[in-house]
Write a protein that binds this ligand. Structure first.
Ligand code: NDP
Ligand code: 8X3
Length: 251
């Protein structure tokens, strides 16, 4: 089928994407910081689907790690057909005047700079084959800013803008660029945002049925199945009870 590279494959959307693509016959490159989880997923994919898996442990915030870990993979793995730029996080939820600079740096370094570093390694590989599909995970937070979302929303607006820029600049090489913007999905996202506070994380999803990681992975996979001349540029998906980043009809 081909090779798919999924960043942030140790949890949530990324893990569901890796499993989905593997189940469809793709070889997968899985990345993340948690080595044991990468190894577990490698074993699972190999056992269940006979998938060839290349696990790569690195922190997307670290330019050197990204360029070394990814830049030095065996030649045969460089024929990446699909890059899913998924690794990301929200850190904290507070008014901007009281925001933590550490949280801001973490989000900007991960969601914007990390996505750029990974893409900078992979885009020339795709360019040389005049072929490829980059799928960037944005958010409804890219489209509307919500109270206390300030910097997280800004990072996702940046993903939206970068996706548009990639689409223009990579057009001569026939590389597809799709930005997918999910609404509220129950993964480890809120646990990370609230720094391990399980009650706070759980409460985010009270009163409505959120998206699951699999819902998002199914949409990501669908975008990859279209004919060669068709590209979904920008796609927003939400739970039925969510209209946009700040309006959820809870009951
Ligand atoms: P999870 O917390 O469940 O998964 C996040 C993944 O990103 C993990 O695999 C984590 O791996 C990886 N990651 C985070 N930071 C780094 C880093 N510095 N270096 C390498 N990998 C990193 O969250 P989701 O699956 O929900 O989120 C995935 C993406 O979707 C994010 O970009 C998020 O902003 C976005 N999103 C989420 C929504 C939601 O409601 N859940 C809605 C819209 C968008 P590890 O910790 O092992 O490094
Ligand atoms: C993640 C979901 O609701 O924090 O992008 O914007 S939300």
């Amino acid at each position: 089928m081909g090779i798919v590279l999924v960043t942030g494959a140790t949890a949530g959307f990324g893990k569901a994407c890796a499993i989905t693509f593997a189940s469809k016959g793709y070889d997968v490159i899985i990345t993340g910081r948690r080595k044991e989880r990468l190894e577990e997923l490698q074993t699972q994919l190999a056992q269940e689907y006979g998938t060839n898996v290349l696990p790569l442990q690195f922190d997307v915030r670290d330019e050197k790690q990204v360029f070394e870990a990814l830049g030095n993979i065996p030649e045969e793995w460089k024929a990446v057909d699909i890059l899913v730029n998924n690794a990301g996080l929200a850190a904290g939820l507070s008014t901007i005047d009281e925001g933590s600079v550490e949280d801001w740096n973490n989000m900007i370094d991960t969601n914007i700079k990390g996505l750029l570093y990974v893409s900078r390694v992979v885009m020339p590989w795709m360019r040389s084959r005049t072929k490829g599909h980059i799928i960037n995970i944005g958010s409804t937070a890219a489209k509307h800013v919500y109270a206390k979302g300030n910097v997280y929303c800004a990072t996702k607006a940046a993903v939206d803008a970068i996706s548009q820029g990639m689409r223009i600049d990579l057009l001569p090489y026939r590389i597809k660029v799709t930005a997918i913007h999910p609404g509220a999905a129950e993964t480890e996202f809120s646990l990370v945002r609230f720094k391990g506070d399980e009650d706070k994380a759980k409460a985010v999803y009270n009163g409505f049925i959120p998206l699951s990681a699999q819902d998002v992975a199914d949409v990501v996979f669908y975008c990859s199945t279209l004919p060669a001349h068709v590209c979904i540029n920008d796609l927003v998906l939400t739970p039925l009870q969510q209209a946009n980043a700040y309006y959820i009809d809870k009951n």
